[in-house]
Design a protein around this ligand. Structure first.
Ligand code: SAM
Length: 290
C-alpha cells in the first residue's frame, strides 16, 4: 500500500475520514486508527461526533468545523497542521465534502502544501447507486435540489436530457414535492429508485416509474420520513419513428409513394428540417413493415 508522504515531514497530515451513514458497524478499521491517533478531530457538529467517538472509546479532542465557520476557522486548523499535528476531518455522517463541510479546509490545506489523505468509507449516494439496479457505469450527482419550487424545476430542466443516471439528495419533508417535480419534468414513465434510511432498521429501496413512485410515497407517510436518496434513470433518445413528428412522417410517406427511398428521405429532410439519416432509417422501417 502506498501512503502519500507528507510534502514536508515537519508538517502534519489532514485526513478526510468517512464515518457511518447509519449503521455504526460500517466504520472502517483505518478510520478508527486515524481518529485515535490524530491530535485533533475537526467535526461538523462536535456534540453529534462526540457520541460516535464515545461509542468507539476514542478520546481525541474535537473542534467545530462547520459550514458557518469553515472559511474563517480554517486558519486555526491550518496552524495546528503546520506546527506538525495531524488532524482528521469528519462530518455528521458519510464522506466529508459530499454535501457536507470541508471543501474550504481541504483547499486551504493543499494550497499550504499540507498533505491531504482520504480515508474512504460510507457515502449515501454510492451506497444507493450500488444497490439501485440503475446503470452505474456513468452517473451524475446533483446534490440537494433548490428548496423553492421554481428554482427546483429550472434546475431539473437543465438535466432533463442527461443520459447518465441522476442522483439527488433530498430532505424527508420535501421528498413528495421533489418526486412531483421529477415526474412533471422528466415524465411519469422514467424509471426511478427511492433509497431511504440506508444501513438503518427501516432501509427501503423502491424502484418504479416516476408516476408510480410518487403515488406510492404519497400513499404512505412512512415513506416521507428519514433520509433519502433519489436516483433517476438517464434520458434515452427516442429512436426511429418516435423521434420524428407526425407531420414529417406524413411528408415522408407522400414522397415515398412517388420516388425511390433515398430520394424521398433526402427531399423530406429538406422540407421538414429533420436529419436525412434519421428519415432514411425511418423510411427503411416503414417499407419493411408495409
Ligand atoms: N456526506 C454524506 C454522504 O457521504 O452521503 C451526505 C451528507 S448530506 C448533509 C445528508 C443527505 O445524505 C441526506 O439528506 C440524504 O439525502 C443522504 N443520506 C445520508 N444518510 C443517508 C441514509 N442513511 N440513507 C439515505 N440517504 C442518506
Amino acid at each position: 500500500m502506498t501512503v502519500p508522504a507528507a510534502l514536508n515531514s515537519a508538517v502534519g497530515t489532514l485526513y478526510v475520514v468517512a464515518t457511518p451513514i447509519g449503521n455504526l458497524d460500517d466504520i472502517g478499521a483505518r478510520a478508527l486508527k486515524v481518529l485515535r491517533e490524530v491530535a485533533l478531530i475537526a467535526a461538523e457538529d462536535t456534540r453529534h461526533s462526540m457520541r460516535l467517538l464515545q461509542h468507539f472509546g476514542i478520546s481525541t479532542p474535537l473542534a467545530a468545523c462547520h459550514e458557518h465557520n469553515e472559511r474563517d476557522e480554517g486558519g486555526r486548523f491550518l496552524s495546528r497542521l503546520q506546527s506538525g499535528d495531524d488532524v482528521a476531518l469528519i462530518s455528521d455522517a458519510g464522506t466529508p465534502l459530499i454535501s457536507d463541510p470541508g471543501y474550504h479546509l481541504v483547499r486551504q490545506a493543499r494550497a499550504a502544501g499540507v498533505a491531504v489523505v482520504p480515508v474512504p468509507g460510507p457515502c449515501a449516494l454510492i451506497a444507493a447507486l450500488s444497490a439501485a439496479g440503475l446503470p452505474s457505469d456513468r452517473f451524475i450527482f446533483e446534490g440537494f435540489l433548490p428548496a423553492k419550487a421554481v428554482a427546483r424545476r429550472t434546475r431539473l430542466e437543465l438535466v432533463k436530457e442527461e443520459a447518465r443516471t441522476l442522483i439527488f439528495y433530498e430532505a424527508p419533508h420535501r421528498i413528495l414535492e421533489c418526486l412531483e417535480d421529477l415526474e412533471a419534468v422528466f415524465g411519469g414513465d422514467r424509471q426511478a429508485v427511492l433509497a431511504r434510511e440506508l444501513t438503518k432498521t427501516f432501509e427501503t429501496l423502491k424502484g418504479l416509474p416516476l408516476a408510480e413512485l410518487r403515488a406510492w410515497v404519497a400513499a404512505d407517510s412512512n415513506q416521507q420520513r428519514g433520509e433519502c436518496v433519489v436516483l433517476v434513470a438517464g434520458w434515452q433518445a427516442p429512436d426511429g419513428e418516435a423521434a420524428v413528428s407526425a407531420e414529417a412522417l406524413r411528408v415522408l410517406d407522400l414522397l415515398l409513394a412517388e420516388m425511390p427511398l433515398k430520394r424521398a428521405a433526402a427531399l423530406a429532410a429538406e422540407i421538414t428540417g429533420v436529419r436525412k439519416n434519421l428519415l432514411y432509417q425511418v423510411a427503411l422501417e416503414r417499407q419493411k413493415n408495409a
